[in-house]
Ligand binder design. Structure first.
Ligand code: SF4
Ligand code: SF4
Length: 70
């Protein structure tokens, strides 16, 4: 069971990728679909590895990511 769950407001993501290396567990990566702003939004490719540490949410300059802890 993952300890945390990332909720990504994909339409607001600008694809800057700052959150990707911020995650110590490789949970996040840019996805293939393009959002309404024309960017590849970030997605959780390994959601089962999320610890709920909130580092990704802290890093995001646009407050796109919310973390819920289990
Ligand atoms: S909360 Fe922590 S473990 Fe989960 S995706 Fe964000 S940085 Fe990674
Ligand atoms: S830091 Fe925020 S805006 Fe940048 S890719 Fe991650 S979620 Fe998207």
């Amino acid at each position: 069971m993952p300890k945390g769950q990332v909720i990504i407001d994909t339409q607001r993501c600008k694809g800057c990728r700052l959150c990707v290396p911020a995650c110590p567990h490789g949970v996040l990566e840019l996805g293939k679909p393009i959002n309404a702003k024309g960017f590849h939004a970030v997605t959780a490719v390994h959601p089962e590895k999320c610890t709920g540490c909130t580092l990704c949410a802290t890093m995001c300059p646009d407050v796109v990511i919310t973390v819920e802890r289990a």
